[in-house]
Design a protein around this ligand. Sequence first.
Ligand code: 6PG
Length: 469
Amino acid sequence: QQYDIGLIGLGVMGRNLLLNIADHGFASAGFNRDPSKVAAFLEEGKGRTVFGTSDMKAFVEVIKKPRAMILLVQAGAAVDAVIQQLLPLIEPGDLIIDGGNSHFNDTNRRFEELKAKGIHFFGMGVSGGESGARYGPSIMPGGDRQAYERVKPILEAISAKVNGEPCVDYMGTGAAGHYVKMVHNGIEYAIMQMIAETYDVMRQVIGLTNDEMHAAFKAWNQGELASFLVEITADVFLKVDDKTGNRLLDMVRDVARQKGTGKWTSQAALDLGVPLSTIDSAVASRYLSSYDAERSEASKILTGPSPMPFTGDKQAAVQLLHDAFHVGMIVAYAQGMAMLHQADKAAGFGLNMEAVARIWRGGCIIRSKLLEDMRKAYSANNGLPNLLLDPTIGGLVSRKVPALRTILKHAIDAGIGAPALGTALAYFDNYRSNRLPLNIIQAQRDYFGAHTYERIDMPGTFHSSWTPE
Ligand code: 6PG
């Protein structure tokens, strides 16, 4: 028996992805060093055409040639180690697909190293967590186009579907797949942070209970804001702690961890020269949260306003918050997608932005109804530099942005920091400005360092002596 595809790394994600593949009728071979993981996979895979082993040679031998092998091992050194183990056993023309959250620089390096050996290499973003992997993730593959055609039927079969359309498409050359997944995660961080800020305003300014917040997010998920993150947030408010009987959310420490993909997005944006303030502030907020001992000290020394009892119309306030969050969410996507547009120009990925928006509509963590309009915007103009320039999206944001201004005023008066929503508004206001105050920065630079400046009324570079006569 020969198998259509192999997968290395039968941890939670790997096992679920391979079972998903087997469910769709593809003969599936799995490898794991740990025999107990192999046994668990074979047990769950009963009744399907599956094979499992802890012997790398046996694994490689049962895969149909030219072979296709997915790696789902921890990003970093483990990926290189597995590739080194595979190399003596595989042949030119075979395809290795790294389905983990690898850094795009590593993917580029591996792509080039393996190309020199005649081995095809794919960096493939897979989003949707455990249940996504099992029942339909969003898949972002990038690398050699011809090699993609070989695995396309499998990837299309296992991916999530929206209106019958698979949430997978070829992203582009080199590290395009992992780059798109990295930016996906940056947007994920920003939306999660803005939900946290929205929760803070609901709880501290409007004074909503967990049940009321559940109801608000549940209602939001029925409308324009329908999205995975809003949906799971609604659930989070209801969970009761089996240890204390309180709501579990209230028992969770306020320190947010990270594995680094959001940080990578910000780092890459700085290198590219792309403003990514909303995502940056989400990363910074996680860092600030980790200074909990200092925050506790500061809370005793530093003073500021506290929320006042809310006397207004709660429903109206929740509606304003809805619109404010709506704007913030669009800005998060707009910044991430603008970054992809610039990265594509710099790296020559050949990105199809319509495809990016299309495959993010289902299966992934940032799936949302909003992506349908974004998809249409790129369908009309693949070279759109920023989603805010699309008449439909820009018009919607312009109409709803007053709500964001009002909410931020309330947050400021209550002494609540809302960095991601705040920078979303600042980004919007500065992006729509044709006269920023940065002329004074040019003047200062020229003053202290003769760095020169340009004039608004004539071409050329100028230098002046700025010291008073
Ligand atoms: C996904 C997620 C996933 C990511 C987690 C954790 O698309 O399924 O993006 O790949 O690893 O969300 O990320 P942090 O630990 O950095 O929050």
